[in-house]
Design a protein around this ligand. Structure first.
Ligand SMILES: Nc1nc2c(ncn2[C@@H]2O[C@H](COP(=O)(O)OP(=O)(O)O)[C@@H](O)[C@H]2O)c(=O)[nH]1
Ligand SMILES: [Mg+2]
Length: 207
């Protein structure tokens, strides 16, 4: 079978108020992680668009929820959601305070949210914030599927990649995909996981 291809990818909305996002008509998959971990780059790689999601060398630039819509040749329509980065120390206290309600508000109110991919730098592994987020998601009434993407694997040699990914997997104990936005490694595998999550209702048992 030939793999479904992307026919369109477009920006839909950005908001710092989850209540003002478009009505939940399509299945959604969200991407979370510390600032600078590579979320926007991963989204661009997933959508095969160079700069639809803005990327930055300055951590902490995405302070809103950004929503994109992707359509495939097989008819699949899905919203991809770039969540505000967390864990960036050099922010004012009030800015930090506003991240909690936005992230938590989004994650706990979108009935169509099927999966959350948490990105961690393959060289650092999951940190306290990441594990807190896993706990928060698992405590939701109908938890979304949780996936881990170990990013920037191109920074390691081929030989170092597998053991590094295995190490992150031991710390996280869930599905994990090594990813590089530079080489595109992990892209197909992540889409496959996401498609699987999208096809399943939230109440289904995790894999
Ligand atoms: N080598 C490498 N650099 C990456 C990768 N993903 C992101 N980066 C770089 O890491 C920085 C932060 O990326 P960005 O996508 O803006 O991170 P975000 O803050 O999580 O959205 C940028 O300088 C990117 O070019 C990757 O897979 N490999
Ligand atoms: Mg970003």
């Amino acid at each position: 079978m030939t793999e479904p291809r992307i026919v369109s990818a477009a920006f839909v909305a950005a908001s710092n108020d989850p209540g003002k996002l478009p009505a939940p008509t399509l299945a959604e998959v969200a991407f979370a992680g510390r600032s600078n971990v590579g979320k926007s780059s991963l989204l661009n790689a997933m959508m095969q668009r160079k700069s639809l999601a803005r990327t930055s060398r300055t951590p902490g630039c995405t302070r809103q929820v950004n929503m994109f819509e992707v359509a495939f040749t097989d008819g699949l329509h899905v919203h991809l959601v770039d969540l505000p980065g967390y864990g960036y120390a050099k922010r004012s206290r009030s800015e930090k305070a506003s991240w909690g309600p936005l992230l938590e508000g989004y994650l706990s109110t979108r009935s169509v949210l099927r999966a959350v991919t948490i990105l961690v730098d393959v060289r650092r592994g999951p940190e306290e914030d990441d594990l807190d987020l896993v706990e928060f998601l698992q405590a939701l009434e109908t938890p979304p599927r949780i996936l881990l993407a170990a990013t920037k694997i191109d920074k390691l040699s081929r030989a170092q990649q597998k053991p590094a990914i295995e190490k992150v997997k031991r710390q996280f104990k869930g599905p994990i995909i090594g990813f590089s936005s530079v080489t595109g490694d992990g892209r197909d595998a992540l889409w496959q996981r996401l498609r699987h999550a999208i096809a399943n209702e939230r109440s289904d048992k995790p894999e």
